[in-house]
Design a protein around this ligand. Structure first.
Ligand code: HEC
Ligand code: HEC
Ligand code: HEC
Ligand code: HEC
Ligand code: HEC
Ligand code: HEC
Length: 260
């Protein structure tokens, strides 16, 4: 009796997670679309196509922390309100896309605004010839089922990708992190495997500041209360694990501990 109850509960949860993850789009993003952000606060108004930003390419090259702390991109689509002038002055995309280290971003000259050099970013709804093709790019990376179809954790630990965490002139020099301890999160429902949360593995990508204090206060374990429902509303672990890191549908990647 009790078991059936739990199973039904889980089923409802799985279904709601499935819905929450697809939202209004009604279908799950394909591997190459997972982590894609369409940025359109100003482009259409200026008769330019919205900007397409792909996490798969950028996260393979840089850590989350570098962009979301040092450069200061918000962790919410369209929240940063990037202006062309910021890019031109070396902020946001322009921190890297400066025409020196990487191809350049916006230019004040508005005459040539549908040139290839603009449409490489202002590409939404356009056929654009790009340097990187998703399938080709992930070919030699370890595979996973969902999200981008890539096991990013393993790709990093195997040294297949080496995300850069520091850019001269942009990043602040820091001392070495004191790694806090990994810990177990009990899932509260009997029969649901517990979770091992690895501080160490997360710190590689996120440093400390991406999570503390905005997502988790982090002064003492257990101070932030959250449940699976909060996660699929896009809070706590769900900030990343529904958009860029492997999605919530991949239950067993978090609920890994043997059932108590
Ligand atoms: C090269 C820079 C860069 C890197 C590296 C990067 N991001 Fe982002 N991220 C962005 C930009 C740009 C946006 C969009 C911001 C905006 O629209 O205002 C974004 C948006 C997001 C969002 C919001 C997505 C949404 O759909 O609302 C999340 C969550 C996120 N990033 C997490 C991560 C995680 C986790 C990593 C590391 C695995 C990462 N990012 C690596 C630049 C980056
Ligand atoms: C590296 C990526 C990138 C490239 C290349 C790029 N842009 Fe942009 N541009 C952006 C982003 C991101 C925004 C913010 C988009 C939004 O919110 O609609 C933007 C916004 C703009 C805007 C909006 C107006 C404003 O005041 O912010 C204009 C105009 C613009 N770009 C012009 C250009 C032109 C012209 C080119 C080609 C010479 C170009 N951009 C190339 C990333 C790029
Ligand atoms: C931390 C540095 C960094 C930041 C910030 C950054 N990029 Fe990039 N981006 C790169 C690098 C490096 C490449 C690969 C360039 C190459 O190999 O020629 C790249 C490639 C790209 C490409 C793919 C081009 C292709 O031919 O496949 C696009 C599109 C792009 N970036 C858009 C953006 C936009 C839009 C933003 C801002 C919202 C942004 N990038 C912010 C470093 C960055
Ligand atoms: C991916 C997100 C994430 C990152 C990155 C992260 N933490 Fe945490 N941290 C957590 C979570 C989740 C908790 C538990 C929060 C709770 O239960 O309220 C926590 C708890 C803590 C605690 C309290 C531990 C205890 O036993 O009471 C400390 C201290 C801490 N973090 C320090 C750090 C430091 C230092 C770094 C960087 C080296 C870091 N964290 C990186 C998510 C993160
Ligand atoms: C700031 C973004 C962020 C937050 C918040 C976050 N994660 Fe992650 N997590 C990542 C990234 C990035 C990876 C690397 C794998 C990937 O991208 O698919 C990862 C990997 C993992 C892994 C696989 C690595 C391992 O430990 O074996 C687990 C499990 C995991 N996260 C659980 C959690 C849990 C549980 C929480 C909430 C307590 C959480 N994460 C919060 C970004 C985040
Ligand atoms: C990113 C990691 C992650 C993934 C993926 C994940 N969970 Fe969870 N889950 C958690 C965390 C964290 C908690 C809360 C633990 C606590 O109470 O401290 C939790 C709690 C739960 C609970 C206990 C009740 C509750 O709401 O707190 C159930 C049941 C559950 N998850 C089911 C699932 C199912 C089913 C899936 C797959 C559809 C799933 N989880 C995927 C991290 C995850």
């Amino acid at each position: 009796m009790k078991k059936t109850f739990i199973l039904t509960g889980l089923l409802v949860l799985v279904i709601s997670v499935a819905f929450a993850q697809t939202g209004v789009k009604k279908r799950r993003p394909l591997p190459f679309e997972y982590g894609r952000v369409i940025i359109d606060n100003y482009s259409k108004r200026h008769r330019l196509a919205p900007v397409v930003f792909d996490h798969w390419l950028h996260r393979a090259k840089f850590t989350c922390r570098l962009c979301h702390v040092d450069i200061g991109f918000a962790m919410n689509a369209n929240e940063t309100r990037i202006r062309a002038v910021d890019n031109i002055n070396g902020y946001y995309c322009g921190s890297c896309h400066d025409g020196k280290a990487v191809f350049s971003s916006c230019q004040s000259d508005t005459a040539g605004r549908n040139q290839a050099e603009c449409t490489i970013c202002h590409s939404f709804g356009k056929e654009v010839d790009k340097k990187y093709e998703f399938r080709e790019f992930i070919k030699d990376l370890p595979k996973e089922r969902l999200g981008n179809g890539v096991d990013w954790e393993k790709a990093e630990s195997d040294g297949k990708i080496k995300p850069i965490d520091f850019i001269e002139g942009i990043s602040i020099k820091r001392g070495k992190f004191v790694d806090p301890k990994d810990f177990e999160l009990r899932s509260k429902v009997l029969g649901m495997p517990d979770i091992i949360f690895s501080h160490r593995k997360h710190t590689v990508w996120n440093g400390c500041e991406v999570c503390h204090p905005e997502i988790f206060v982090g002064i003492k374990k257990g101070m932030t209360k959250y449940s699976m429902v909060d996660l699929y509303e896009g809070k706590y672990c769900g900030v990343c694990h529904s958009t860029v890191a492997f999605p919530l549908l991949d239950c067993q990647r978090c609920h890994t501990e043997k059932v108590r």
